[in-house]
Structure formats: C-alpha cells, structure tokens
Ligand binder design. Sequence first.
Ligand SMILES: *Cc1c(COP(=O)(O)O)cnc(C)c1O
Length: 397
Amino acid sequence: MNTFYDNLKKKLKDTPRPRVIASEQGPYFVVDGKKKLNFCSSHYLGLAIDQRLKKAAKDAIDTYGLGTGYRTLAGTNVLNVALEDALAKFKRAEGAIVLPSGYLANMCAIQTILGKEDVIISDELNHASIIDAVRLSGVQNKLIYKHVDMKDLEVKLQEAQKIAGEPKSNGEPRLILIVTDGVFSMDGDLAPLTDIVNLAKQYEALTMVDDAHGEGLLGNGGRGIVDQFNVHGEVDIEVGTLSKAFSVIGGFITGKKELIDFYKQNARQFMFTSAMTAPDTAALLEAVTILQESDKLIKKLWTNTRYLKEELAKLGFDIGQSMTPITPIMLKDEELARKFAAELYERDVFASAIVFPMVAKGSARIRFIPSASHSKEDIDFALKEIESVGKKLQVIK
Ligand SMILES: *Cc1c(COP(=O)(O)O)cnc(C)c1O
C-alpha cells in the first residue's frame, strides 16, 4: 500500500491552497483576514447576503429543523414540493424536479433517459458535468460539434440520423439528444438556441440546455435563456443551478410532465441521495418570490455589467465576445494571467485567472463577475486598479 500513497504524493501538484473566506459572500469578502472586492463568485444578484433569504432560512430551521432526508423512502418535506412547484411556475414549464446540485441535475437529466445505443450530440465546450453525465450514461454514439457551429451541428445530426436508422436491440427507436450549455462560463457567449431548436425539429432530435449561468439573469425576469430566445416548450430538458444567481445550493430540471415524472420514478440521483435541507429550500423559495416580484436586481446587475465592460474597453483591454455579465480580459499568456490576478489581489481586487485546462492553451484570461450588490464606487475602485496593473504589465498603454 505504501507505493499507492507514494504514487499519489508524486502526482500531487504544487498548487497553492484555496484561499479561505471568513465572511459572507457580498460585494466584498474577508479573505485570509483581509477585505477584498469580490469579482469572482457567481452570485450575480447578491442574494447570498439577502436579508429576506436569511430570514426565510432561519424561520424554516425553527419550523422544520435542518435535514429533510430521503424523499422517496421517508416522505418529502413540504418545502421541497413547494420549491418544485414554484420553479415550474417561474419557468412556465409543466413540471420541475430539484436535486442537491446542478452537477447532479445534469447526471439525472442525461443518465436517466439515455442508454448505450442512443446518440448524444454535444458542443465541444460544454461544462464538465455534462461530459461526466454522458460518460455515466454509457452512451456509445458520442458526436461532438465545434463550439456554437451550426453547420457542424447539422453534419453531426446527419451522422446521428444514419445511426438512428436502425432501432435498438429492444426494438425501441434510438434517441438523438443535442446538449449545450446556455451560457458558456469562460467566455460568456450564448448558445444559438433558436437555430438549435430548428435543427432538432428537422432531424427529430431532443434538446437539452444547461442554463447554469443564465438562470436568474437572462430572459424576462431572470427566467433564463429559453425565455430570452422565446422558445418555450421547444427545449425538451432545461437544467438550472440554484448555486449561482440563486446563491444557495441545488440544481433543477424543468420540462414536460411525463419527463419530470419519469425522472422522479427512475433517476438514481433522486432515489439514492437525500434532499436539500429545510433552510436551503426555504431560502430558495424566497429567492423565486423576489424574482417574481421585481426585476430590480437584474436591472442593477446589467447596469453594472454594461458599465464595467464599457470602461474596460475604453481602457483598451480585449474583453472578448461575452454577451453576459461574465467579463474576461483576454491575456493569452498563462503566466501573464496569473500575474495579473496576483497583482490585483495585492490591491484587494479578487478575480480569477483562468488558464489551461479550464480554457485552451494560449487563451488564458482573467475573469471578472460583477453582481447586483456592487455599487458604482466598487466598480470604479476595481477599474482604477485594473488600469494600473494593466499598465504595469504592459497589457495596455
Ligand atoms: C456551475 C455549473 C454547473 C454545476 O452547478 P452546481 O450547482 O454548482 O453543481 C453545471 N453546469 C454549468 C454550465 C455550470 O456553470
């Protein structure tokens, strides 16, 4: 056994330990004892520190305690049912299923319906949890199309149609499932959903979108990318996370009633793990209520986003092709990206360097995520430091 641990030791990389945050995740947080501007968490709407969410969580603890246990064996807590109903209504879908994380929601969405004889068609830049879900499903026909390239998607659909010409060994037709991220989290670009839906119809494929970074900020009142492209009812499987704009924890799937019921009866990620806690669920219910009451937070987020992007562009930075609050400064060089982030951190601005393998080699960047909780002064402070570091490292003149 010693060789096993020796081997692990050899393989361990010399990466710095994650920074330790000892405060709430607001516009600032306290990292290793020092106050830093938070430009790296994906709590887009500032709900992680919202008084109403906090109160809902505290009240739920008083009424229901903490854990809610297995849903299928021991009965489902009323809050879990209420959250699913609220999310279905919010998304204007027939049904919703909530799981303990977005990662698990992707596992559930794909593994439960796809078998090894079916066909999956996936954007090459899809999130790791989609890649893992595809592996878990055991599907053997995997077709990867070039990032948001609709010509290539059509080529892959033609290939899929040939494979699907033969029924499965049990006589059922083979499914073709197109899966894409809604917002691509490193670049902030969007999947061309209308085109995907049209191609899917033409080739009789199912569609799935993982809207982790669109939920709560895209579309009318934060209803997500399907609402933004106005393709309600035309995307078969919508996956969302409750840990980004919703700022708590959990994942969910919305779709037609039969699909959601099928998941609830068959998904291993639903049957063999426990439900979210009472305070989490209650806080999320409050978050959905807040979004339904007003789009004030969403407007603030987009105002901050526009301001940050305009000012960075004016300073002469290359900010890529983002159509969302995700704001990269493209630096290409890995070392430069690391240095830029380190320099900013010294000046109390905390943003993440994004390097290989998160993005391709030669496309390293630093990524800023503004939120509705930042004030204009917060962003001005960041801009001043970003300008100064940019000049020091000769990224801008
Ligand atoms: C963050 C993210 C997930 C995972 O969501 P969790 O709720 O954190 O597990 C899944 N897909 C995409 C595209 C994401 O960005």
